[in-house]
Design a binder for this molecule. Structure first.
Ligand code: PMP
Length: 373
């Protein structure tokens, strides 16, 4: 099997799995219980939080555990929108966000009367900081712009945006860093809210984090017993939190070596694929090397199925939207035509992929393209 779909999800790391199993077996208490077993679990939870906080250079109370990036995005966006709606009703995002951001903005627009600006991107999938500046009004309370786009890997100028937004203290800046954490080096110092997901960094599905700086308040979406500083009620999942802390630590400490390796792999991939007639790239050299989008002269879903029959796994666009028939809204926003948008394949790498796998992929793709009608 060749797994080139690491932007959709990653394999759980053995060490991460070991810590999960250890905590499940040895810490049976509810972290809110006041007896010894509860306190033991709560101490461990505190340590996991501290470790995560140290990587984001924030306080423990700024780390909120969630069920994944979808929930973190919803909590950040709706949380700010509902909390600060008396200050203003204008919110800004881009046209290429993940659906967990885009559909949240659409819901706020349609059902809660917020005014939304959906910023355009250029042909490389990057927003203009000038356009963002022009879009800001006295009513703007939130800007949400992702770091790495999950379909093409384009990287947004997060640090530049954060520094612009420092001039507007009434605006909270959220970034969906799901495809960036442990992969791309970004300074999040001036970002108010950061989303990440466990299963993109070799931890479990249905686990995530929202980093929420203390100067940003949120309307909680899930109310109950007041867990997690009142921002996200529900009994916490200590084994999941500990394994996520481990996955984050591993991702951060190996980030540079993984990046360097994957960059070489990606460059080799581009070199090989460029020799196949009809193959062209949507991603460029400024994109994250972990994600590469290209198109062929055949329909993407047919090519992906033929590859899958050979046990080679890729996506046609992001996993969350690939079951829907329409072509990629991200590529259309990048001013690509519908031919490109419906013929594009996303390959996404991890450190475990090999040059040999690229060679096999190249051969199989070449065969498939020459035999498909
Ligand atoms: N944002 C981005 C950029 C993503 O790539 C994904 C996963 N495809 C999500 C959000 C949603 O993540 P989760 O599956 O953890 O809800």
């Amino acid at each position: 099997m060749i797994y080139f779909d690491n932007a959709a999800t990653t394999k759980v790391n053995e060490e991460v799995l070991d810590s999960f199993n250890y905590v499940v077996k040895n810490y049976i208490g509810n972290s809110s219980s006041l007896h010894k077993e509860g306190l033991k679990a709560s101490e461990l939870e505190k340590k996991a939080r501290e470790q995560i906080a140290s990587f984001f250079k924030c306080n423990n109370e700024e780390v909120l555990f969630t069920s994944g990036a979808t929930e973190s995005n919803n909590l950040a966006i709706k949380g700010v929108a509902f909390r600060y709606k008396n200050r203003g009703n204008h919110i800004i995002t881009t046209k290429i966000e993940h659906l967990s951001v885009l559909n949240t903005f659409r819901q706020l627009e349609k059902e809660f009367n917020f005014k939304v600006t959906y910023l355009d991107v250029d042909e490389n999938g990057v927003v203009s900081v000038d356009e963002l500046k022009k879009a800001i009004t006295n009513e703007t309370i939130l800007v949400s712009i992702m770091v790495v786009n999950n379909e093409v890997g384009s990287i947004q100028p997060i640090e530049e945006i954060a520094s612009l937004l420092k001039n507007y203290p009434q605006i909270h800046f959220h970034t969906d860093a799901t495809q960036a954490i442990g992969k791309i080096n970004i300074d999040y110092h001036d970002v108010s809210l950061i989303t990440l997901s466990g299963h993109k960094i070799n931890s479990f599905k249905f686990s995530g984090i929202l980093i929420k700086r203390k100067d940003t308040d949120l309307m909680p979406l899930i109310t109950g017993g007041g867990h997690q500083f009142n921002y996200r009620s529900g009994t916490t999942n200590v084994p999941m939190e500990v394994s996520l802390a481990k996955a984050i630590r591993l991702a951060f400490i190996h980030q540079k070596e993984n990046y360097d390796y994957v960059k070489k792999l990606r460059d080799y991939f581009v070199e090989k694929m460029s020799s196949i007639a009809g193959v062209k790239f949507n991603s460029n050299d400024n994109c994250s090397p972990f994600i590469i989008s290209f198109y062929t002269n055949k329909k993407a879903s047919v090519v992906a199925e033929a590859l899958s029959n050979k046990e080679i796994y890729v996506s046609t666009k992001s996993a969350c939207s690939s079951k829907k028939e329409s072509s990629s809204y991200v590529l259309l926003a990048m001013h690509k035509d519908s031919y490109v948008a419906s013929n594009s394949i996303r390959v996404s790498f991890c450190k475990d992929n090999t040059f040999q796998e690229v060679d096999i992929f190249y051969q199989e793709l070449k065969n498939i393209l020459s035999t498909l009608k």
